[in-house]
Design a protein around this ligand. Structure first.
Ligand code: NAD
Length: 541
């Protein structure tokens, strides 16, 4: 029933609440945290809208208090994955034909529910099971996911409005069809918003989805499922399975109806998935769309015209917020010798002030890293420094996993621009600094550009426009999100579409029309009003 050209509400960014002491939002989220932390939640898979439980479960334990159990989730058997695929394909029949306005309404409603009654629950789940502090949970689990829902509705309609011209006597139309088959969404632990957006953006465009969240984000994934259900998402549109990623993926990628991968996670995993899709290519009914946002080794580069305090502050926020577990986190910095001592003094003061502990205490800036594997990996790189001749730890460097996976914000100083922590993604609260001679600033830009395989985010600091232009040009391909005089993290939907190239991903920019377009397959319709009846063209006669 299309009886009008409807405008969708203009998308605006959800305001970030302050959670200042005494504010009602602070009281509400801390009370919700307490209640959820002391309960036990049983999290089923969701297939065709039904709760699916198996004999095989795994505990959910907060990274900052890993002996404490807050619940358990159920692991998929192969048969569950088969059912999820079959169910999605059945649901496709109705979902792909549902008017886009009805689909849009579901996600607009989800945005409002999350802005209101679901906000505290979503933030608390993210604080408990992903160890985000209050502010980090708010900007991710609440605001960014709300923004994804709202802005994607607007982008979807922008896409639909893009129509071809028509010559006299004909009418050309472009239809943005969902992909023929189903989309497989694989999501990482570190952003609740990404976990929600990867299945939801494909679904918004009329696709059906099998979604495999990270084992370390299941609690907030459950809240996302509850939210979408309450918003009216029909059964079978997004089917959620947990467990062995290899078994689940082998099963999904073996289906001839697999038509798209929406992935965010590490580079190695994504490359392996791409390879597997290539091996299976003859089995698929359609060429699958492959969208992946992956790892980074994000930089801060400063020129001697930069203000040292601004550089230090960008390092502290860029490297240590959410324990450095953002794909965009600054993890290598290049500082000119003439301002280094001043940057170091400011940085040391800031790092010394940082409090570390449970996210339940809002004064903690840093909490625990996500799991033991990550803790051990980061600790090993910290230990290696002691054995090296070209690096030293100048701040932090202690760690302790007795209660939670806590690693102090750590600054390594190196004389080797290719030292292992200058080139490897650690995904923890560690930044390595290389100090260059001021006169070598151009050569240092080449180092920034060529030292790693990644191209995700990066920041330059300078007050000199000639230098800013030069550095922007020299680093043209070093970052998909490039920041001038700001930290390289904190992209906002609708303002800084996010993604990188090189080994950092396909750069399809989450939170933009470009990304949504990947989940549509265009059908061009040409209608001719007075159809020719004589095959002879005039020139023949
Ligand atoms: P990860 O690669 O370990 O896991 C991501 C997802 O892939 C999870 O659901 C996991 O279960 C699944 N997975 C793991 N092995 C698999 C396999 N063999 N087959 C199929 N699926 C598999 O990443 P993570 O630790 O959850 O997240 C951190 C990584 O994600 C970092 O590298 C970070 O840079 C990246 N990341 C990138 C962006 C971006 O936008 N570029 C955003 C967030 C995170």
């Amino acid at each position: 029933m299309d009886r009008g050209f409807f405008n969708v509400p203009k998308a605006v960014n959800e305001p970030v609440k302050s959670y200042a002491p005494g504010s009602p939002e602070r009281e509400e989220v801390l009370a919700t945290y307490k209640q959820m932390f002391s309960s036990n939640v049983d999290i089923p898979m969701y297939i065709n809208g039904e709760e699916v439980r198996t004999e095989n479960t795994r505990n959910i334990t907060p990274p900052h208090d890993h002996k404490h159990v807050v619940g358990q989730y159920h692991l998929a058997e192969k048969s569950n994955v088969d059912t999820a695929i079959a169910t999605a394909l059945e649901a496709r029949e109705a979902w792909s034909r549902l008017s886009w306005m009805e689909r849009a309404s579901i996600f607009l409603k989800a945005a409002e529910l999350l802005a209101g009654p679901y906000r505290a629950k979503m933030n608390a789940a993210t604080m408990i099971a992903q160890s985000k502090n209050l502010h980090q949970a708010e900007i991710d689990a609440a605001c960014e996911l709300i923004d994804f829902f709202r802005f994607n509705v607007q982008y979807m309609t922008d896409i639909f409005k893009d129509q071809p011209d028509s010559a006299p006597g004909i009418w050309n139309r472009v239809e943005y069809r969902p992909l023929e088959g189903f989309v497989y969404a694989i999501t990482p632990f570190n952003f609740t918003a990404i976990a929600g957006n990867l299945p939801a953006s494909a679904a918004m465009m009329g696709n059906v989805v099998v979604w495999k969240p990270s084992d370390h984000q299941i609690y907030s994934a459950k809240v996302i499922v509850d939210l979408l259900k309450e918003a009216g998402l029909p059964d079978g549109v997004i089917n959620v399975v947990y467990g062995d990623p290899v078994m689940i993926t082998d099963t999904v990628l073996a289906s001839p109806d697999f038509s798209g991968l929406h992935f965010t996670g590490s580079t190695f995993v994504f490359k392996e998935l791409w390879k597997q899709i290539g091996v299976n290519i003859h089995n698929y009914k359609t060429y699958p769309r492959i969208v992946g946002e992956t790892g980074g080794k994000d930089f801060i580069w400063a020129h001697n015209s930069a203000y040292p305090l601004q550089v230090a502050t960008a390092i502290t926020r860029g490297a240590f917020e959410f324990q450095g577990q953002k794909c965009s986190a600054a993890s290598r910095a290049y500082i000119p010798a003439s301002i280094w001592e001043e940057v170091r003094t400011h940085l040391a003061k800031q790092v010394a002030e940082i409090k570390m502990g449970s996210p339940e205490d809002p004064s903690n800036f840093v909490t625990a890293v996500i799991h033991e594997g990550s803790f051990d990996k980061i600790a090993k790189y910290i230990d290696n420094v002691a054995d090296s001749n070209d690096a030293e730890i100048i701040m932090g460097g202690n760690y302790d996993k007795s209660k939670g996976y806590f690693i102090e914000p750590t600054v390594i100083l190196t004389t080797n621009p290719l030292y292992e922590t200058m080139t490897t993604e650690l995904f923890g609260p560690v930044i390595t600094i290389y100090v260059y001679e001021d006169k070598d600033w151009e050569a240092s830009l080449k180092l920034v550009d060529e030292s790693t395989e990644y191209g995700l985010t990066g920041a330059i600091f300078s007050t000199d426009r000639y230098i800013i232009q030069k550095a922007s040009e020299a680093l043209e391909n070093a970052a998909g999100n490039f920041y001038i005089n700001d930290k390289p993290t904190g992209a906002v939907v609708g303002q800084q579409p996010f993604g990188g190239a090189r080994a950092s991903g396909t750069n399809d920019k989450a939170g933009s029309a470009q990304n949504l377009l990947r989940w549509a397959s265009v059908r061009l319709i040409k209608e001719t009003f007075v159809t020719p009846q004589d095959y002879k063209y005039p020139f023949l006669g």
